[in-house]
Design a protein around this ligand. Sequence first.
Ligand SMILES: NC(=O)c1ccc[n+]([C@@H]2O[C@H](COP(=O)([O-])OP(=O)(O)OC[C@H]3O[C@@H](n4cnc5c(N)ncnc54)[C@H](O)[C@@H]3O)[C@@H](O)[C@H]2O)c1
Length: 266
Amino acid sequence: MKGGSRVALVTGSAMGYKDYGPSIGGAIAIRLARDGYKLVVVDMLRAAGERTVEIIKGAGGDAIFVRADVSLTKDIKMLVSFVKKNFGRLDCLVNNVARYSPGMLKSASEISEREWYKTLDVNLNSYFKMSKYFIPLLLKSGFSTIINISSIESMSALPNFSVYSVSKSAINSLTRTLAVDYAPMIRSNAVLPGFVRIANSENGRTPSQLKGWYSKISRQYPLKRVCEVEEIASVVSFLASKESSYINGQTIIVDGGKSIFDFHEF
Ligand SMILES: NC(=O)c1ccc[n+]([C@@H]2O[C@H](COP(=O)([O-])OP(=O)(O)OC[C@H]3O[C@@H](n4cnc5c(N)ncnc54)[C@H](O)[C@@H]3O)[C@@H](O)[C@H]2O)c1
């Protein structure tokens, strides 16, 4: 499996927790494999991560799962050694992980310091550390990209979700600093999804509850529907490819027009 074709690594690319349903990271890994990359699927969840690999291999692609907690520097260093040893190169790094916990659903005065730092360790610091430790390998590629999955919450604020918004705003800024510091060897861009339908947020809701929930959310979107994971993966695919060779340091909003939509009724 050494050398040869391009290699991509996607953090948080396990399929959804229950029944291995849709996940953004899983869809990105599957799409990049379809584009011809060898995939390193990274997640804390082994069975769901192996499922992503199974789907890729079933479609004729090449992928391997590596279990890692990307909030830990030692796991990131293990990933760098693994990729160096097994592939000798990395052409595309997608930072996609996010930690969600009931304890982080709080305003600034209410969230505990522990939750704040724990969340930033995954949702922001892992993006920095994965970039930091993989940059030497990415620089050797000749044409490499870092793609950070941010959110439209980086530009606005969802009530009681302070640490999430802060982490995403900082990811936009990190993306811009990487873009100026490592171009022309590495292009860096961020993708800012609006609401995306994923298995993990469907968990615990009945089909009729889900229908009502999605229809309520859809009203805030000019396209009148929520986003599917493949619609984020196709943007990542474009940003990773030579088709986007002059796009660098950008925050690409993929929200069906929600952020420019004033749904005030007269
Ligand atoms: N779902 C949405 O509506 C939406 C909207 C905007 C942005 N996003 C962003 O999309 C990305 C994907 O998240 P998602 O919402 O699809 O959630 P998700 O729960 O499906 O995916 C997150 C994945 O990250 C893994 N993970 C969490 N902590 C980890 C760690 N320390 N080490 C390794 N893996 C870890 C989880 O196991 C999970 O597989 C996130 O960056 C999220 O902020 C999602």
